[in-house]
Design a protein around this ligand. Structure first.
Ligand SMILES: NC(=O)c1ccc[n+]([C@@H]2O[C@H](COP(=O)([O-])OP(=O)(O)OC[C@H]3O[C@@H](n4cnc5c(N)ncnc54)[C@H](OP(=O)(O)O)[C@@H]3O)[C@@H](O)[C@H]2O)c1
Length: 322
């Protein structure tokens, strides 16, 4: 199987390395020369690249049956432009991006485009990749991706099809509303879940997101064991109870940092308009507002511009109206 990955960041390089380690012929295409040396799963299994070509030339997608798009959502239009004219007519494009608006942008390429979802986090450790939280890789059901799903499973990933990817994307968006909160408070994912104050801020953003989804008549799915309804109810409970339940549901590497915080650390633009900002956008489309998520979005933008420092947990909670 020939697989091309456009966007050789954390997700593209992790998935590309894993697929090449089980016999797929993979080309990783970056804006800068891709650097991944290995991909380690949360259980500690290290995959090293097999047939893995690294390039900055988008024309290298030619000949690939599966094309993974793993750029941040604000780069999707430019990625589609880079792919235009290079795709095989029978290729299938799978977007492994967060956010709700990438698939329609990629659909203009004129080949089959399928939504996908990585439900775990990946971080860099030098040139190595670490899966830092647990969860499955999901994709919309299409025969063309069956061998790809099989290869992901062979590489040790939990992977499968879903027929309700719109709802999966909305569910992931809601779970991801903590991403911006980690960034605004400058805390790791592990520190975030240990802070009841930040968990209450997260619950506030999630409940607002659930309400907006309901008003917009957008279905919301659970991701594995993570139901947004359950999570939003569980987050504010006292630490002792929360830790007992959370330990059974998710594994978190102490080094895990939210992608928004990683982008701020790297002085790069963040994806916040497609995360907390998306809740504000859907609310605005309904003629309403989403003040909690709009506060987080504005606070991240202020950090991007260097106008304001990080906030303490109490200020984050007050800011989202908790
Ligand atoms: N990281 C996670 O744990 C995680 C988990 C689940 C889902 N996701 C989602 O997966 C997507 C990718 O996230 P990520 O964390 O992997 O982002 P990332 O590390 O920033 O990787 C994206 C890569 O795409 C490159 N890129 C941008 N435009 C390009 C173009 N036109 N051609 C070639 N390469 C291009 C970027 O280059 P530069 O380095 O030059 O910017 C960067 O290396 C996002 O939608 C994110 O929300 C991430």
């Amino acid at each position: 199987m020939r697989v091309a990955v456009l966007g050789a960041g954390a997700i593209g390089s992790y998935v590309g390395t894993k697929l090449s380690s089980v016999g797929c012929s993979v080309v990783l295409i970056g804006r800068r020369p891709p650097k991944a040396k290995s991909a380690r799963s949360i259980r500690g299994k290290v995959a090293t690249p097999g047939d893995l070509e690294r390039t900055t030339d988008p024309a290298a997608v030619e000949g690939a049956g599966v094309v993974i798009v793993a750029v941040k959502s604000m780069d999707t239009a430019a990625a589609a432009q880079a792919l235009d004219g290079h795709l095989d007519p029978g290729a299938v494009v799978v977007s492994l991006q967060n956010g709700l608006r990438n698939v329609p942008v990629l659909a203009r390429l004129g080949v089959e485009v399928v939504p996908g979802m990585v439900t775990f986090n990946v971080i860099w450790d030098g040139d190595d990749l670490l899966q830092s939280t647990s969860g499955p890789i999901l994709a919309g059901k299409t025969e063309k991706l069956r061998p790809w799903i099989a290869k992901l499973r062979e590489s040790g990933e939990e992977a499968g099809f879903r027929t309700d990817m719109d709802a999966v994307q909305m569910g992931k968006l809601l779970v991801n509303l903590g991403n911006g909160i980690c960034a605004v408070a400058n805390v790791s994912v592990a520190e975030f879940v240990r802070s009841r104050t930040l968990r209450r801020a997260y619950a506030r953003c999630m409940r607002e997101g659930l309400e907006v989804a309901k008003q917009a008549k957008r279905p919301v799915a659970s991701l594995g064991l993570l139901s947004p309804w359950l999570v939003s109810r569980m987050l504010p409970v006292r630490d002792a109870i929360f830790f007992r339940v959370a330990k059974r549901l998710i594994s978190i590497d102490p080094r895990a940092r939210s992608s928004t915080l990683q982008d701020l650390d790297a002085k790069k633009p963040t994806e916040i308009d497609h995360l907390n900002g998306e809740i504000g956008r859907i609310a605005a489309e309904l003629g309403r507002s989403a003040p909690a998520n709009e506060f987080i979005t504005a606070a991240v933008h202020a950090l991007e511009r260097g106008e304001r420092g990080f906030l303490g947990a109490d200020d984050v909670l007050a800011g989202v109206g908790g």
